[in-house]
Design a protein around this ligand. Structure first.
Ligand code: AMP
Length: 504
């Protein structure tokens, strides 16, 4: 059997006339048309010199052709390497130098800048604009609409996705055909996707969430997706009457809650709202249930591992928890120093193992080796616990752990207390260098619109809720927390901004 992801997708296309993708203006694209498009692009990639195992680095705006380029690359035996559209030329130079792609596909406006960068490791540049302009697709309809999908083993690479690299160098996570297909199949079963579903796809496709979770799950289940170029709350709301599911980052849900049109009636035809990529506030979860009658299903994953855990489809979707290990995935919590496996409710390092877990970091064998335990578990870098009922909880990234006066403080615990104070919308708790304590617990707080809650009130509210060492030494108010495109709070940015507050 050909284990190529595309061959396995193709084998599932029961009826090529079914609609795979609907454009914002309602234009339908059938599974058959998508297959033909990927064949033509695969033929173009071959003509550009693509050999089996070559990387195709892609920095383009979201479009159906950009998605087809992912499938075409994999189909042609290449390794797809998507890049955040926000990366600058200087950043691209690192990724391209590291990955050595044979082909770099970029927006036409970037061609001149990227040509010398791509040429260094021996690559060529092709261009693709959001409107389909550029050299990649020029004259494409004259190319054959068939392509013999390249035979691949399950363990061969399908994609390399660079991690966001907020500490140190960004690393290229090597994902295999089996990693991607197994996770899509697991999620289809767990979340009950069928060919009756329509997903509102408003995520970027340079990240694991929009590229693999959303697109693979939809297409492998024969479902349809409404493919939106970006997230706009009112637009998404309008589409719900013609859809059944939405996958989003927490910011989507926060913004949708601000839309007056979000009601039980507006969401009546929807069966599932999934959230992930960053922590969903328990308040957002509760407010969503109250407004719509739907409990958001929160799941947890990462670039390196695809999806690891999910709240259940049936049963309690617990606010603030990321649910149970997915079928076939083993999750445990271990002491970060000794590796000793911890018991229920004990906080430690989350470690995972399963067919979803990546092969290693590109060009970094030592880094790879140091992030796996001898028995094959991957050390995620997330701190968390598993409660007595088996739900996994994340308390923060390991690097966000605060050590103050020798005590460990887990930011999530403090954030949850602060978020519960009237007038607070959300908070981020960070450690800042402090002469007496090593690190001082510091809260950065966003108030609700019109609220006037003060530092003194927050300090007073926490006084009998938290041990003294956990209480913030300072509370700073801001209008918004800095977030990346996936909705993650950039604590590194906050730590840098406030690094001197305890000095002098
Ligand atoms: P990325 O590789 O960009 O997908 O980021 C993965 C990281 O996002 C994980 O290691 C977690 O720290 C975080 N993350 C993903 N999903 C969740 C979630 N549901 N709750 C809390 N953190 C999450």
């Amino acid at each position: 059997m050909n284990a190529n992801l595309f061959a396995r997708l193709e084998a599932r296309i029961a009826d090529p006339n079914r609609i795979a993708i609907e454009l914002p203006d309602g234009t339908p694209i059938s599974y058959g048309a998508l297959r033909t498009r990927t064949a033509r692009i695969a033929n173009r990639l071959k003509a550009l010199g693509l050999q089996t195992g070559d990387r195709v680095a892609v920095q383009v705006e979201k479009s159906v052709d950009a998605l087809a380029l992912y499938f075409a690359t994999v189909r042609a035996g290449g390794v797809f390497l998507p890049l955040n559209t926000a990366y600058t030329l200087a950043e691209l130079e690192y990724f391209i130098g590291d990955a050595g792609p044979r082909i770099v596909v970029c927006d036409p406006s970037r061609e001149a800048g990227l040509k010398p960068i791509a040429a260094k490791p021996g690559g060529t540049v092709a261009t693709l604009g959001a409107d389909g302009s550029g050299s990649l697709l020029a004259g494409i309809d004259a190319l054959p609409g068939d392509f013999a999908t390249e035979p691949r083993q399950g363990d061969d690479l399908a994609a390399i996705l660079y991690t966001s690299g907020t500490t140190g160098r960004s690393k290229g996570a090597m994902l295999t055909h089996d990693n991607l297909v197994s996770n899509a199949e697991t999620l289809i079963g767990y979340w009950r996707f069928t060919d009756k579903d329509t997903l509102i796809h408003a995520l970027p496709i340079y990240h694991t969430h929009g590229l693999f979770v959303a697109s693979n799950v939809v297409l492998f289940s024969g479902a349809k997706m409404i493919f939106l170029p970006k997230f706009d709350a009112n637009d998404v709301l309008k589409r719900m009457s013609k859809a059944t599911t939405l996958m989003g980052v927490p910011t989507f849900y926060v913004r949708l809650l601000q839309a007056p049109g979000l009601t039980k009636e507006a969401t009546a035809g929807m069966r599932l709202f999934v959230s992930g990529s960053a922590p969903l506030l328990a308040d957002t979860h509760r407010e969503w249930s109250a407004r719509t009658g739907h409990a958001i299903l929160e799941r947890y994953g990462m670039t390196e591992t695809n999806m690891n855990t999910s709240n259940p489809y049936d049963g309690d979707r617990v606010p603030g928890a990321v649910g149970f290990p997915l079928p076939g995935v083993s999750v445990r919590v271990a002491d970060p120093e000794t590796g000793k496996i911890l018991g229920p409710d004990e906080i430690g390092m989350i470690e995972v193992k399963g067919p979803n877990v990546f092969k290693g970091y590109w060009n970094m064998p030592e880094k790879t080796a140091s992030e796996f335990r001898p028995d094959g578990f991957f050390i995620t870098g997330d701190l968390g616990k598993i409660d007595a009922k088996g739900y996994v909880h994340i308390v923060g990234r390991g690097k966000d752990l605060i050590i103050t006066g020798g005590f460990n403080v887990y930011p999530k615990e403090i954030e949850a207390e602060i978020d519960a104070i009237p007038g607070v919308f959300e908070s981020a708790v960070i450690g800042i260098a402090h002469a007496d304590f090593g690190e001082g617990v510091t809260a950065v707080v966003v108030r609700n619109p019109g609220a006037t809650v003060t530092e003194a009130q927050i300090v007073a509210a926490l006084a009998d809720r938290l041990a003294k060492f956990k209480q913030p030494k300072r509370v700073i108010f801001v209008d918004d927390l800095p977030r990346n495109a996936m909705g993650k709070v950039q604590k590194n940015v906050l730590r840098e901004t406030y690094k001197d507050i305890y000095k002098a």
